[in-house]
Design a protein around this ligand. Sequence first.
Ligand code: ADP
Length: 362
Amino acid sequence: MTETQAPSGVMIQRVVKQYGETYALKDVSLDIPAGSFTTLLGPSGSGKTTLLMSIAGFTRPDAGRILANGRDIIAMPPEKREFGMVFQGYALFPHLTVAGNVAFALKLRRRPRAEVQERVKRALDLVQLGHLADRYPRQLSGGQQQRVALARALVFEPQVLLLDEPLSALDKSLRADLQWELKALHARLGLTFVYVTHDQEEALSMSDQIAIIRGGEVVQSGAPSALYERPKTHFIASFLGRSNYVEGRVSGRNGTPAVVAGPHVLDLPPGADIPAEGNPVILAIRPEKIAVTVDSGSGPGLPGCLTAWSYLGASVTCRVATDLGEFHVQLPTWQAAFEPREGQALRLHWPPDAGCIVRDDR
Ligand code: ADP
């Protein structure tokens, strides 16, 4: 692996894939910048694997183009694309050592012995398994086995590494360790990673770019913080984290648009694309952006009543019944302004820019 080699980006343009009546991919366009860690995130059945397999060359789309290094590769067989792949459930050969597993495909291609040895060593060093080269898969932990699978993909020195839920078989703490390792590996190699997951936290923590896929379409793509802070739709706001929703109509209060919801008039976020007066609008507010005070009977804020709470160590999540429905509020424990008590009268506060207008796509 030469660490200076320029990686390739991938451009997906209007890709369609149909299975009978089902559109696995409807009309997908996505720019995967060279050297980025791009994650395809979506619920089960949304089309993530079909898109990844189309990039890999194992699935042939019905229409559209896939460009790598500016060349259309849609008709190119997978082995010619020279992309590395790490699948779910790593399936190592049990009768081959770690080095044997990593060398396998190189030997199949009859590469010279010295080259095979050199490449295997480099790939194993990259995933910090050089010292276990002579072990058999059954003598390795789950995380080590997954690292062998990674080395097996890296041995070809690909410019693009495609990873399909590679950590889904691992338990939580091992998964977290490997997430750090994968990120570090990505930073060290500077390769383009295309990563499939249905785990939103994994996507948020690892990616430079997330493409949210739903029903065979990319519904929004961007940096994790951009998607979390400014989700375009109700689905995205609820799929990526939690949100509270206020449904109302746009009114022009003193010339400034606001949302009228029940008996309340609430500020809309500044700079948002606000529908015309009288139109329905949904405001999404993240639980951690809401502040809580004890209700003293009057004053600003949305009045509510604490119905339940859950202590999570670093934070406490409160459920608050209001006349706009139930709100979830997440407060940092160390600065909580009150001791939770069922039935307690509270007021909820948030600054106008804590809210985000989302399109109704439920
Ligand atoms: P995901 O990876 O997000 O779970 P997939 O890409 O596997 O989603 O599937 C997207 C849709 O296409 C699903 O409705 C799935 O049932 C359908 N699909 C995928 N592969 C095939 C296939 N080989 N034959 C028929 N339908 C398929």
